[in-house]
Design a protein around this ligand. Structure first.
Ligand code: NAD
Length: 270
């Protein structure tokens, strides 16, 4: 049985990806700092017939990260796919950054994925494996309001190329998967809320409308659209794909760059 270790699996893209991999026959090792939500996801996965190991852990602690990898290897004896999914994001311009928020984002978004890969790779070596780093179109498109988030996601891209090169000889593929605007709490926080969760400010509602207006497909993506791509990338059908970035964004990344600069998001706009 193949084993997938997925971070940030309590909700959103991580939970949907865990379900997708469970449906594909994987055993799941799922990690999140939100114990209550993680338990709900684990129960759903078990009810669907999957074998599940849960870790209530915070990615800002490398001890907890290392322990999660050790427990996964002890329980299942192998790791086939690692999905570095969890991330933290502060809506801060470069004027507003603080040392504490900067360090936290680097720890969670960049340091934890690097060490999860380092500690998981030996458990993939015998049979090959796949590491998927969930990055973001924001590594490429400047919004001016996510200084550390954009920097860590761009850093994760660099780490992807580096790891892919170093691990290819062990049969391990490493791929960056970059979502655009996806319907999750994380996305809603950015957009200012969904229809049934009104935004705190009218500007935030404007932001959501604006996002849809700059996405060529004129809608937000679903968590399943990211999960299905991750499952395909981990499969044998993607066996020659490594050291690259797959963007799932309805066309957002490239059209964003063609927009009039005056109409882009402004710091403090929402
Ligand atoms: P989400 O907020 O819905 O879920 C994130 C999960 O990660 C939560 O369950 C949270 O508890 C967990 N988490 C956060 N910090 C953690 C920590 N320190 N330790 C352990 N767990 C932690 O987010 P999402 O929208 O599902 O995003 C998942 C990934 O997709 C992130 O890497 C995000 O940057 C990326 N992404 C999302 C969007 C989007 O529009 N939703 C767009 C681009 C990229």
């Amino acid at each position: 049985m193949k084993v997938a270790l997925i971070t940030g699996a309590a909700r959103g893209i991580g939970a949907a990806t865990a379900k997708e991999f469970a449906n594909a026959g994987y055993a799941l090792s799922i990690l999140d700092r939100d114990g209550d939500e993680l338990k709900k996801t684990a129960t759903q996965l078990e009810e669907s017939g999957a074998e599940v190991l849960s870790h209530v852990a915070d990615l800002s602690s490398l001890e907890q990260v290392e322990d999660a990898v050790k427990q996964t290897a002890e329980r299942f004896g192998r790791i086939d796919t690692l999905i570095n999914n969890a991330a933290t994001r502060e809506l801060e311009t470069i004027r507003e950054i603080t040392p504490a928020n900067w360090q936290l984002a680097v720890d969670v978004n960049l340091t934890a994925p690097a060490f999860l890969a380092k500690w998981s790779a030996p458990h993939m070596k015998k049979h090959g494996g796949v590491i998927i780093n969930i990055t973001s179109v924001e590594a490429h498109i400047p919004k001016g309001v996510c200084a550390v988030y954009a920097a860590t996601k761009a850093g994760l891209l660099g780490l992807t190329w580096e790891m892919a090169n170093a691990l290819a000889g062990d049969g391990i593929r490493v791929i960056a998967l970059s979502p655009g605007a996806i319907e999750t709490d994380f996305g809603a926080d950015y957009s200012g809320g969904k229809e049934d969760q009104p935004a705190n400010t009218s500007l935030s509602k404007d932001m959501r409308d604006y996002s849809e207006s700059v996405i060529p497909m004129q809608r937000w993506g679903t968590v399943e659209e990211i999960a299905q791509t991750a499952r395909w990338l981990a499969s044998g059908e993607a066996s020659y794909i490594t050291a690259t970035e797959i963007t799932v964004d309805g066309g957002l990344r490239h059209t964003w760059m063609t927009r009039d600069i005056k109409n882009r998001i402004r710091p403090g706009q929402f």
